[in-house]
Design a protein around this ligand. Structure first.
Ligand code: A3P
Length: 295
């Protein structure tokens, strides 16, 4: 049963060419056929782009800065993760969402083409958060060390190659960020950058609240800014994932709220690695108007 449940590092299985954790691939039908409601809001990201940060902000905005309400449950309970699956009998993300009251806020890491069609048919709003490739990669490398359900990242050098080849859970970063960028004007998608949030969080919170059509005074916006700073979220048990058991997240390896900065990649990339990465990046990102700040 639940308490004695043992997790393990699931292998990745391809779903329409995208590597996903095996339990997700094995229970793909209910995800693909998920029934959206018109008032669903989706927060979509490539893993480690700032999902939790945006989840906390959205929850605070929808609750008009009511801090007590934001403390009602851990972030992964407040905003369920659509495609997450453990082997049965653990409830899946879909199990949690089907009976959830409206309006639902839903997290996903699925690339655009794997998002259940029903969301687009219902014209649902989506907030997409993107983070520069190098910081995103570094964050994922440390997360895969501590997250005991994802494949072992291997050495830094090995991980670098896997990331560039898109052979990590949820696939290619390059394809993920580009495709949502290309689609953002075809749907109600608000595209947000992690680096912009670091630079001027109040401004990005204004974009979010305007997109969600929530009226907030400047005082409340400032209250949300404060509550969503890295330092405060790191200490907040309802946001920092410390409620997840150590059989799932090994906190001796890394912490979920690890560093929360722009440019941390410089502490890990050698000059040679940077050159190879940047040359490959130019190819992968050729022809797009999507540009990132990385320092
Ligand atoms: P680092 O590993 O670089 O520290 P996700 O929620 O998508 O898994 O992303 C996690 C990353 O977002 C981690 O990056 C984490 O520290 C960072 N993060 C979470 N909350 C943040 C905040 N309030 N401000 C800045 N970064 C934050």
């Amino acid at each position: 049963h639940k308490n004695s449940y043992v997790f393990y590092r699931y292998p990745l299985t391809l779903v329409r060419g995208i590597p996903l954790m095996e339990p997700i691939a094995n229970q793909w039908d209910p995800i693909e056929n998920f029934q959206a409601r018109p008032d669903d809001l989706i927060i979509s990201t490539y893993p480690k782009a700032g999902t939790t940060w945006m989840q906390e902000i959205v929850d605070l905005v929808l609750n008009k800065g009511d801090l007590e309400k934001a403390h009602r449950a851990p972030i992964y309970v407040r905003i369920p993760f659509l495609e997450i699956c453990s082997p049965p009998p653990m409830p899946s993300g879909v199990d949690k969402l089907v009976n959830a009251p409206s309006p639902r806020v839903i997290k996903t890491h699925l690339p655009y083409q794997l998002v259940p069609k029903s969301f687009w048919e219902n014209n649902c709003k989506m907030i997409y958060v993107a983070r520069n490739a190098k910081d995103n990669l570094v964050s994922y490398y440390f997360f895969d060390q501590m997250n005991l359900t994802q494949p072992d990242p291997g050495t830094w050098e090995e991980y670098l190659t896997k990331f560039m080849e898109g052979k990590v859970a949820w696939g290619s970063w390059y394809d993920h960020v580009r495709r949502y960028w290309d689609e953002k004007d075809n749907h109600r998608i608000l595209y947000v950058f992690y680096e912009d949030m670091k630079k001027d969080l109040a401004h990005e919170i204004h974009r979010v609240k305007d997109f969600l059509q929530v009226d907030l005074s400047e005082d409340i916006v400032q209250k949300i800014v404060h509550k969503a700073t890295f330092e405060i979220m790191k200490e907040n048990p309802m946001a920092n994932y410390e409620t997840v058991p150590s059989s799932l997240f090994d906190k001796s390896k890394s912490s979920f709220m690890r560093k929360g900065t722009v440019g941390d990649w410089k502490n890990y990339f050698t000059v040679a690695q940077r050159e190879v990465f940047d040359a490959h990046y130019q190819q992968k990102m050729k022809g797009t108007s999507l540009h990132f700040q990385e320092e």
